[in-house]
Design a protein around this ligand. Structure first.
Ligand code: SAH
Length: 420
């Protein structure tokens, strides 16, 4: 999500800065962040989110039993709980006006008690003929996050790619990120706060509602995949993320009924939490952002490596596979002349190799999306090809990710939550 370009920055005349939907303070804060990024890495790893005012409690923060209790406590009949869930999760109707099976007075009461305004869309941006849509959200306390909807395989829209028709939404789990990876725009902005379960779920509900309403080219559709690859380190906000996974996967009417296999939790390698996730036994897809096979380089690219090293991260990913049978995805952003040497491809294969072959893992190479002012860029095409060929020669399953949304700063690592 964004960062690149000059969001209200130097090239934008003063007079045009007003109508983008952000306040002067927000624009100023963003400019300060841009400056920090230009100056290079400035941040330390932060595991603990700053304590800020909690977002108001929302229906999606509660489990089905708590919802029933809450409705009873409000003096309303218990069955209203399931009715409400049906409206929000199944019909995707967040507006009380459409809850016509509930008396109008009760509707208002329920809306006030359980459906506070969590977030406002500041401005959606789209590309790929409308099949990639990035939304910038302003949360109740002014924190900004982004989510990106990507529809694939839309007939007649070449930019949406080929293959079967499907839609993925990339969502944020924190406002900012404390992991301080120097090549990532979000990582360079620091951590503002954790999102609540409902703030995470609401991003998906919004995307699902737009798809259902036919707002995205390709006719009415539904969300097939949810990836925690927006802003933030999901496993550093474990409880809220797990809560969100539960709501996303719960069958109607209690949740969105998305298959756990269609959900990808992407982590920079918080090993203690990977192990905890393994113990939950929920078959989500785990993606691990490795980016380097050797500790020296990984210490630099992913500061968390100073706490849990390459071997420990790969071991925990392997345990995840053993427990769930889910093939683990290893993310590797190819950075020109930094981590893209054939020798590193060889080392990566060594590090990932486990008894029983390659069935447990898949390497996903991501051509680096440059962030503003960064000295790093994507690998040369011939180096990328050589890297891929070496992995293939070793038998490692590998694909190069087609990144979407670069022109709207919506691609991997570009999310910095600011207006252009
Ligand atoms: N904190 C999670 C989610 C991050 S975003 C994690 O680290 O996995 C998802 C992916 O985008 C991660 O693999 C991340 O390392 C990668 N990424 C970050 N910045 C990038 C950039 N500039 N170019 C390409 N990929 C990037």
């Amino acid at each position: 999500m964004s960062g690149t370009g000059a969001p209200g920055g130097a090239d934008v005349p003063e007079s045009e800065k007003v109508e983008v939907g952000l306040t002067a303070e927000e624009v100023e804060a963003y400019e300060a962040l841009q400056e920090k990024v230009r100056q290079g890495r400035t941040l330390q790893l932060t595991m603990q989110a700053p304590r800020r005012g909690k977002p108001p409690r929302h229906w999606a923060d509660l489990d089905p039993e708590q919802r029933r209790e809450a409705v009873l406590e409000a003096g309303l009949p218990r069955f209203r709980a399931d009715q409400l869930s049906r409206h929000y999760f199944e019909r995707l109707e967040a507006e009380p006006g459409s809850w016509t099976d509930i008396p109008a007075v009760e509707r208002d009461q329920l809306a006030t008690a359980f459906f506070p305004d969590l977030m406002t869309s500041v401005r959606p941006l789209s590309c790929d003929a409308g099949t990639t849509v990035k939304t910038l959200w302003r949360l109740h306390d002014g924190a900004l996050v982004e989510s990106v909807l990507m529809r694939y395989g839309v007939a007649g829209i070449r930019a949406s790619g080929s293959g079967r028709s499907r839609t993925t939404i990339c969502i944020s789990s924190q406002a900012g990120c404390g992991m301080a990876c120097p090549f990532c725009a979000t990582g360079q902005g620091g951590l503002q706060r954790n999102l609540s379960t409902a703030e995470i779920v609401a991003q998906v509900v919004d995307g699902a509602a737009r798809l259902k309403a036919g707002e995205i080219p390709g006719g009415p559709g539904r969300i097939n995949n949810v990836v925690f690859m927006g802003m933030g380190e999901p496993l550093a906000n474990y409880k809220a993320v797990l809560g969100a996974v539960r709501v996303l996967t719960a069958p109607a009417p209690h949740g969105l009924g998305i298959s756990a296999r269609g959900i990808t939790v992407s982590t920079v390698g918080v090993v203690s939490r990977i192990d905890q996730l393994t113990a939950e036994g929920i078959p989500v897809t785990l993606a691990v952002s490795l980016h380097a096979p050797d500790d020296d380089l990984r210490d630099e690219l992913c500061p968390i490596n100073t706490r849990w090293q390459v071997d420990q991260v790969v071991e925990s990913a392997w345990r995840y596979f053993l427990a769930t049978g889910r093939r683990v995805s290893i993310e590797y952003a190819l950075i020109r002349e930094i981590n893209d040497q054939v020798a590193r491809a060889e080392l990566l294969a060594d590090v990932l190799r486990r008894d029983g072959g390659w069935g447990w893992v898949h390497v996903n190479l991501i051509p680096l999306n440059p962030t503003p002012g960064s000295k790093w860029t994507a690998s040369k095409p011939e180096d990328e090809r050589a890297f891929v060929r070496r992995l293939q020669a070793r038998g490692v399953p590998v694909t190069v990710r087609d990144t979407r949304g670069r022109e709207i700063d919506g691609a991997c690592g570009q999310l910095a939550a600011a207006e252009r």
